[in-house]
Design a binder for this molecule. Sequence first.
Ligand SMILES: *[C@@H]1O[C@H](CO)[C@@H](O)[C@H](O)[C@H]1NC(C)=O
Ligand SMILES: *[C@@H]1O[C@H](CO)[C@@H](O)[C@H](O)[C@H]1NC(C)=O
Length: 336
Amino acid sequence: MALLFYILFLFFTFIQCRHLEKVPTWEQYKVKFGKNYLTINEENFRKNNYFNSLTKIVKNNGKNGVTLGLNDMSDWSDEEFFSLNSKSPSSVFVSARPTSTVNTSPFPKSWDWRNIIAFNSIEQQGRCSSCWAFAAATTVEAAYAHQKNKHNLHLSRQELVDCTNRTFDQHYLNYGCKGGWPTEAYKYIMDHGVYEDKLYHYTETFNEVCYADKVAHDKGHPVKYYISNYGRLAYNDTDEAIMAMLVTYGPGTVDIHGTSDTFRFYKGGIMRNVMPNSAYTNHIVVVVGYGTDSSGVDYWIIRNSWGKTWGEHGYGRLERHPNLLGFNNKYNYPIL
Ligand SMILES: *[C@@H]1O[C@H](CO)[C@@H](O)[C@H](O)[C@H]1NC(C)=O
Ligand SMILES: *[C@@H]1O[C@H](CO)[C@@H](O)[C@H](O)[C@H]1NC(C)=O
């Protein structure tokens, strides 16, 4: 069966004539992505998922303008992948913050915060639906870097996961490893500040308890990092508004539709025509810039938390204008 898929895959790759990377065998995939499985059952399950992923990659490669490829989540089942995006943070537009008013005076034709501040290396949220925590923390780190000259911060994603669960603290509406909103993380950082990751390390699970007080007690009240507020744009705001906020305040977060095969296996290029005006969104990423490629396609640059093997070394480009993946629906940013 596996061999059949492999032959089919080579065949399609040839026919489609797309610049797919050379297809690794299952053994090569395991080595390249550092996979070790404890049992034969596990290995068989993973192998099956791998061929399932290959089939989807072949089917969709080259569609929507992008190259698809394997990443370190390509041995996950559909169920595992979908549960990553499960508790859709989209149904409620939480937050009672006032909408920002935007000055749309001329701003640069292109922008890339990666050329201005140093970001942490791309992270892998793992099997925890904590994209919202990674995105919120990354934007706060960026704000500290460019507004306070405080570089190389790595704030605790785990504290946000553990301490904003709604059952644990009624002030917040998040669901631990089952999803959440960056605005709830911002609220927590306003109220309580957040520790650095080295004091409250990421474990990829919901700990059922918030250890912030314990860290304070055990470590003699180390520094916490606060924001004074956060802002958001109106629902489905314009590209110009987002560009202005991005240039003025630094990277912000957006909610997007993250479960299409194009996005799941995205390897490079500018994603086009994918789910324009999607009202449904289930994944959060950071916006770091925008630009226009040599053929005149305007794009956004996003930073994902699915490891370095996803996309363009963990980053992605998405065509700007038609609100693809619901990109324009909810833009949020921290204010120091
Ligand atoms: C967090 O809160 C939700 C909602 O109250 C609850 O159902 C859940 O068990 C808690 N833990 C996780 C991991 O979501
Ligand atoms: C966003 O606004 C445009 C027009 O301004 C509209 O056509 C589109 O349906 C809206 N999208 C959503 C997701 O509400």
